[in-house]
Design a protein around this ligand. Structure first.
Ligand code: F6P
Length: 552
């Protein structure tokens, strides 16, 4: 494997392509989306691309053919083609940790030419067998009873992906087998679940790549205590745990039986790990066959990403348009709004994927970035948000670009699906077209108000419009199309990281909070000297220490 740390390179904002885009944006800022649609009745057909069950409409971005061509130049300046090859052939794209990013290898097969493969079927076969036996009631606890409840103990990438995919396919879950997720160190999260479970029929999955994450190990300790309190001895307790980790020895030392430890590779990043043994809750909830379909869908998107010209390449287009938004139109936030209740957890998952990957301030060689990087990603399921923050999306002072996500073929009752689609498409139109003052005035006059009152109210009812969005349609909602959608976002993130010259696969900042919390923990337990902390922390700690704890 090769090191792909470049020598100190010129920053991307010095490239001629970047400078040309800056100029181009100035000329485009004089036009509007509505005007662009009026000038070109075929715009909706022109600015779209589709592949592997996904239809991507990006026509409601403020762009022209020239924009796309300049963004293409920018991708070439950043050597995107080479970077894509490096991702797939196992180069050390994670240069600060000197390792490759192997998530695409997890879903490839030996037959995929030129693609690094981790021999996925072999690696995951014992985990898949375990999942299927569990679904059939053939994996049992210490007393010989089949498991009725599986609790995943994990956080970040060891929680969000599996949690989101499991919630997406409730009808596939085996009868009588419930899957739960506890992430927070706040013990109320796990206690709430335990109050609904029986020790004899509960299995805990300790999901931690590093097997050293405080939250997860704390919850695993509580779980073990819960079993002990129910009268289980050590041998019996061990029958109620499995682990997914790259630290097999640590898991064994903790007390997980070796045949219940499902290893994962160091090279698979936490936020890219649902394709590895970290996906065990998915295989349990959906069955191993559906888990394979999820991987196949992602693999199909990998091939599309690797082999398709930029102008038709869905993740490349999405990534470049995100750059266009952040750096040239100065939109530093993006809402992801799935009009699919099953994907209610998707925005949470994408927050980690995107913000932990792109929240960086130096380039791969350590030079400070002189341009903005990662946008804030947020969102929730539609239509719920329409009765909440869409007010700000439509009339607030800033433009927030939106990714609308929906399914073409009904995934729920046909009538309700039709309403969902109608609302989804209508919101993107409302954002784009808004309502002019004149239109608003016609309305307020018609309601019988005085001329003065009608004019005043019209000012409040006018909606600026010209707000940009993408719309992604999944042909149908299956494990395979969901796999393709998730890989689409993973690759868009990679594209953005390449343009910004940053490492998408490390997360050094996260460590700082962990270290500091140890110091504060010691101060709170009076074991450490809190006088060395800042005065705000000192005062807060003093205030807390004057209050007696309410629980033992
Ligand atoms: O703290 C951030 C992080 O390192 C994530 O990147 C990761 O997904 C999460 O913690 C959990 O880590 P682990 O799987 O090692 O417990």
């Amino acid at each position: 494997m090769t090191d792909v740390t470049p020598p100190d390179a010129a920053l991307i904002d010095q490239s001629s392509a970047w400078q040309a885009l800056l100029k181009h944006q100035k000329t485009l800022s004089h036009t509007t989306l509505a005007a662009l649609f009026a000038q070109n009745p075929k715009r909706g057909q022109q600015f779209k691309a589709s592949a592997v069950g996904l239809y991507f409409d990006y026509s409601k971005n403020l762009l022209t053919d020239e924009t796309l061509s300049l963004l293409n130049d920018l991708a070439n300046s950043a050597q995107l083609t080479t970077a894509i090859e490096e991702l797939f052939n196992g180069a050390n794209v994670n240069n600060t940790e000197q390792r490759p990013a192997l998530h695409t290898a997890m879903r490839s097969s030996q037959a995929d030419s030129g693609q690094l493969s981790s021999g996925t079927p072999q690696r995951l076969s014992s985990m898949n067998n375990f999942a299927d036996r569990l679904r059939q009631g053939n994996e049992r606890g210490a007393s010989g009873k089949a498991f009725s409840d599986v609790i995943n103990l994990g956080i970040g990438g060891s929680d969000l992906g599996p949690r989101m995919v499991v919630a997406a396919f409730p009808e596939r879950q085996a009868k009588g087998l419930n899957i739960h997720f506890a992430a927070n160190i706040d013990s109320d999260a796990l206690r709430g679940i335990l109050s609904r479970c029986q020790p004899e029929t509960t299995l805990f999955l300790i999901s931690s790549k590093s097997f050293s994450t405080l939250e997860t190990l704390s919850n695993a300790g509580l779980a073990r205590q819960w079993l002990n309190d129910a009268g289980f001895n050590d041998t019996q307790t061990a029958c109620h745990f499995a682990a997914m980790t790259s630290q097999v020895e640590k898991a064994a030392t903790w007390g997980v039986k070796p045949d219940r430890i499902f290893p994962m590779s160091e090279g698979v990043g936490g936020r890219f790990s649902l394709w590895s043994s970290i996906g065990l809750p998915i295989a349990i909830a959906l069955g191993s066959a559906a888990f394979s379909q999820l991987l196949d869908g992602a693999n199909a998107m990998d091939k599309h990403f690797r082999n398709t010209a930029f102008k038709q390449n869905l993740p490349v287009l999405h990534g470049l348009l995100s750059i266009w938004s952040v750096n040239f139109n100065r939109h530093h936030s993006r809402a992801v709004l799935p009009y699919i209740h099953r994907l209610a957890e998707l925005p949470n998952y994408l927050q980690q994927l995107t913000m932990e990957s792109l929240g960086k301030g130096v380039t791969r060689t350590g030079q400070p970035c002189t341009y903005a990087t990662g946008a804030v990603i947020w969102g929730n399921e539609g239509t719920n948000g329409q009765h909440s923050y869409h007010q700000l999306l439509l009339q607030g002072s800033d433009t927030v670009p939106v990714d609308f996500i929906a399914t073409s073929k009904a995934h729920c009752e046909p009538l309700q699906h039709q309403y969902l689609l109608a609302n989804c498409l209508a919101q993107s139109r409302a954002l784009m077209l808004g309502k002019s003052y004149e239109q608003a005035l016609t309305e307020t006059r018609a309601s019988g108000l005085s001329e003065e009152a009608a004019a005043k109210l019209a000012r409040h009812k006018a909606i600026p419009g010209n707000r940009v969005s993408n719309t992604l349609l999944l042909e149908e909602f299956t494990p395979s199309t969901l796999g393709a959608l998730l890989a689409f976002y993973e690759h868009s993130v990679y594209v953005q990281s390449v343009i910004w010259q940053i490492n998408a696969f490390d997360q050094w900042a996260v460590e700082l909070g962990k270290t500091m919390s140890t110091t504060v923990f010691d101060a709170l337990s009076k074991a450490g000297d809190h006088n060395k902390l800042d005065s705000s922390s000192q005062a807060l700690i003093n205030h807390i220490l004057t209050r007696p704890p309410t629980r033992g």
